[in-house]
Design a protein around this ligand. Structure first.
Ligand code: NAG
Ligand code: NAG
Ligand code: NAG
Ligand code: NAG
Ligand code: NAG
Ligand code: NAG
Ligand code: NAG
Ligand code: NAG
Ligand code: NAG
Length: 758
């Protein structure tokens, strides 16, 4: 036992004499000279003098033992390098760490705010296995009692278990600053820290300018760091309370060696040590695309890397400097086209899946819900937007923006909803919200005798409001799984479409799981009730039919090209064209698809919806959708109006001689007159010319290849002029038996309109 103790003491003495030491702490009697190192108890970190790259300067630093000094994680004398190998690292008996040069001049000290009392010999500097160099008074382990720790003064590296953020008790704001270059650890121009103003957010700064905003914490991750997800390498947490705000990641039991570095170019890089290659491998890096550059698109805009151009103004905003904007200099941002009313007539527009804007001037409350948040925002004229503070469990808390909205990015993953304040004119909030009681009274509690029709979306009822106004109520089936806000937004979108050849939406009703759209009532019902009815078709003379054709064409042109949204109807057919008192056509069922509910719409998209006989081959066969899908349907409808025949009527169990085939045959046999409805009275040759021209345009619209079909602006022009028309080519239609008997023939498949933002 004695011999063992002697050996132990001897070996300790020896280790003090050896140039490279392996102890994990020093006392005021001891020192670390250049050439010697200190190693943490578990051997994970080393402290010693090093020279970065090809530099001759000497610095005191800490690094992972495995990687030698490739990947130094902390540097003491960043700004005051030693010019030779004579440096010494010591701790004074007051507990101050010092680096001395060959003349015993202090070139760096730890400037401890708390110093040890009068104790001598009881202060130690210890390198922990976390990489934290700590000064302790006595044998203590609680970090709160440490006199000093390097983790409070990070260099360019965030190590596992290190906190980035601030501590209100000690006044310490832990942040990282880049090296000047790979060979010069002195403070570079980039830094990473929490911005204290408003809701704390993590920023990477270039001097005093934000370079990248990693953003505020949303319960799961920072709004601009969606890749921060639970993973097998590290755990992480964000803590925000009255005492401190910080972010920290941890590697349980040091199973992996990780470090996160803000490199000299200002790019954050996460490294993992690879045992196999004995090198650091880059995992995470910030700044994957230009949208991550702070405020790339200026104020009141969104940046979407998948769009061209990538920057767009928010709805209701226009570029502040249109010339710069058009030449791809987006920094000027956007401004409102119409000022806010600054009262409760303003409303909010929901933008989905975005990185939230800069929170430097924001206000937050974790106890409020979204409804209270909206009310709060509406009350304060400087409030431009609101969102949930925490996205977990369906969302909670309230975050308000009280300044310009900057740096909204359309997120590829991990985005969230934001509600942006808009004046009524942008939202069309004039759209009345009807009470359920009003509607059920108007329809006599949805009486059977008031039912006008039924479709995949639900049922349509006729109703009469107390004032006498007649309405058509589209009552969506309760199974449609859509939420309140989604539905409201969709309705607002539809309500903004206004054209004399589109059915006018009067309002909506959202109450007790009921979702209803209220339309103007069309006295003369739908076009199919006339043209395919032997008695009623006689009421439609050519003047009326021509007016109807022109109206449908103009309504469609508006949907395709003139409205703020590009809309493809996808289910244009005679039963979706309604007729008003004066027999003016109004297209209905546009934009309804989106109100049908997530799952259903998705399934339908896969299933190809539409109505057999009106679908072009590229859509029916391959699901390809474009405005030319509608052009085809329009052509079919045109031929139906002229012929009084249903496009799919001519199918038997073996083959379809559909209307298109029939029309094409007659056209080629130079007998197009035979296509004309026998009940259609033609007064003169002038009328005949118009009818034949319509057949011609119809055939152009139904050509096999979508590229051959004219667009709706051309169609409108063709219908209203006498210019010569090109010869039509083979129409696109099916004669394949394979398609017979399939679900395609069901008549009233759900209307599915496609809305594309412009
Ligand atoms: C530096 O201090 C050490 C110990 O205090 C002493 O031995 C040495 O002579 C001093 N060197 C110079 C250049 O003053
Ligand atoms: C110094 O530390 C030892 C053990 O760590 C302790 O017993 C002693 O009281 C300490 N001295 C003072 C002055 O605090
Ligand atoms: C420090 O305290 C721990 C327990 O708190 C003990 O295991 C260890 O031996 C002590 N070290 C010294 C040098 O006193
Ligand atoms: C870490 O070590 C502790 C104690 O040694 C052990 O209980 C725990 O399972 C380890 N965790 C991991 C992730 O290895
Ligand atoms: C970019 O646009 C801003 C504002 O419109 C303008 O001040 C700036 O000079 C432009 N920069 C360049 C490089 O044209
Ligand atoms: C609106 O918010 C700003 C910023 O918090 C505040 O200064 C102002 O008093 C608020 N106005 C109202 C009417 O609450
Ligand atoms: C319902 O309609 C009747 C007349 O049809 C009217 O007297 C009554 O006030 C209405 N009720 C409501 C709640 O609108
Ligand atoms: C269309 O409806 C109006 C109003 O109900 C009616 O007067 C007119 O006769 C109808 N037109 C046709 C062609 O049925
Ligand atoms: C429609 O077609 C015409 C003729 O091909 C073309 O000049 C025009 O640019 C097209 N319009 C649109 C919006 O594509």
């Amino acid at each position: 036992m004695k011999a063992f103790s002697a050996l132990f003491v001897y070996s300790i003495m020896l280790s003090f004499l050896r140039p490279s030491t392996t102890h994990d702490c020093i006392t005021p009697c001891q020192s670390i000279r250049d050439g010697e190192t200190m190693m943490s108890a578990g051997g994970i970190f080393k402290l010693g003098f090093f020279s970065p790259g090809n530099s001759k300067n000497r610095y005191l630093g800490i690094w992972y033992s495995v990687s030698n000094n490739d990947g130094v994680v902390w540097v003491a004398n960043r700004e005051t390098p030693l010019k030779n190998h004579q440096g010494v690292f010591k701790i004074t008996n007051k507990g101050i760490l010092v680096v001395l040069d060959s003349t015993n001049t202090t070139i760096w000290s730890s400037k401890t705010s708390r110093t040890a009392g009068n104790t001598i010999n009881n202060v130690t500097a210890q390198l922990l296995d976390s990489g934290n160099l700590v000064v302790k008074d006595g044998n203590v382990s609680d970090p709160k009692t440490f006199l000093w720790q390097s983790f409070d003064y990070p260099s360019d590296t965030l190590l596992p278990s290190m906190k980035i953020g601030w501590d209100l008790d000690s006044g310490i704001d832990r942040h990282i600053t880049s090296w000047k270059s790979m060979e010069d650890p002195s403070q570079g121009e980039f830094s990473g820290y929490f911005d204290h103003r408003g809701l704390p957010q993590l920023v990477a700064m270039d001097g005093d300018r934000i370079k990248v905003r990693l953003g505020s914490w949303n319960g799961l991750h920072f709004t601009g760091m969606p890749w921060l997800i639970p993973n097998p390498f590290f755990t992480y947490k964000f803590v925000m309370n009255e005492k401190e705000t910080y972010f920290q990641y941890d590697v349980p039991n040091n199973t992996f060696f990780l470090r996160y570095v803000l490199n000299p170019s200002g790019v954050g890089e996460g490294f993992k040590w690879m045992d196999t290659t004995k090198s650091w491998e880059i995992g995470i890096t910030t700044q994957a695309d230009v949208c991550e550059n702070y405020a790339h698109c200026g104020v009141y805009s969104t940046c979407d890397i998948n769009k061209s151009p990538i920057c767009s103004c928010l709805d209701g905003f226009k570029p502040k400097f249109p010339n710069d904007w058009n030449s791809a200099n987006w920094s000027g941002g956007c401004l409102r086209e119409t000022p806010l009313a600054c009262n409760d007539r303003d409303g909010f527009q929901n933008y989905k899946n975005v990185k939230l804007p800069n929170t430097y001037f924001s206000w937050f409350d974790s106890n409020m819900n979204l409804k209270e948040c909206e009310e709060m925002c509406l009350k304060n004229c400087s409030c431009n937007a609101y969102a949930n503070l925490d996205v977990r469990n369906g969302g909670s808390g309230c975050l308000l923006w009280l300044a310009d909205l900057v740096d909204i990015v359309v997120a590829q993953v991990g985005g969230q909803d934001i509600y942006i304040r808009q004046p009524a004119s942008v939202l069309n909030m004039e759209l009345p919200i009807f009470d359920l009681i009003t509607i059920s009274n108007a329809t006599h509690n949805f009486a059977r005798y008031n039912k006008l029709g039924e479709g995949g979306f639900g049922s349509v009822y006729k109703g009469t409001l107390l004032g006498g106004q007649e309405i058509a109520v589209k009552r969506l089936s309760k199974s449609s799984g859509q939420g309140f806000n989604e539905f409201k937004n969709e309705v607002i979108l539809i309500a903004r479409l206004q054209h004399r050849n589109l059915v006018k939406l009067l309002g909506c009703c959202i109450q007790e799981n009921e979702k209803m759209l209220i339309y103007e009532y069309m006295h003369n019902k739908s076009l199919d009730s006339f043209i395919f009815d032997q008695t009623k078709s006689k009421l439609l003379d050519w003047r009326m039919r021509h007016n109807i054709i022109g109206g449908i064409a103009r309504g469609l042109l508006y949907l395709h090209e003139d409205s703020r949204l590009r809309i493809i109807h996808r289910d244009l057919k005679a039963s979706n064209v309604l007729l008003d008192n004066n027999m003016n056509p109004k297209i209905s069922d546009f934009g309804l698809a989106k109100t049908i509910g997530g799952d259903e719409t998705e399934a339908d998209t896969k299933r190809i919806v539409g109505t057999y006989g009106y679908m072009p081959p590229e859509y029916a066969g391959y699901g390809q959708i474009s405005v030319k899908t509608d052009v085809f349907s329009f052509g079919v409808l045109l031929l139906e109006i002229v012929s009084g025949k249903k496009s799919k009527e001519m199918c038997n169990s073996v083959q379809c001689h559909n209307l298109l085939g029939h029309a094409w045959r007659l056209w080629n046999e130079d007998k197009p007159k035979e296509l004309i409805d026998e009940f259609l009275i033609l007064d003169d040759s002038c009328t005949l010319f118009e009818v034949l021209r319509c057949i011609h345009v119809g055939l152009l619209c139904v050509q096999q290849s979508p590229e051959d079909r004219p667009n709706m602006s051309s169609v409108v022009l063709m219908l209203s002029s006498d210019n010569p028309l090109p010869d039509p080519r083979q129409p696109g239609y099916f004669t394949e038996k394979a398609l017979l008997g399939e679900d395609y023939s069901s008549r009233n498949v759900i209307t599915c309109t496609v809305l594309e933002a412009r």
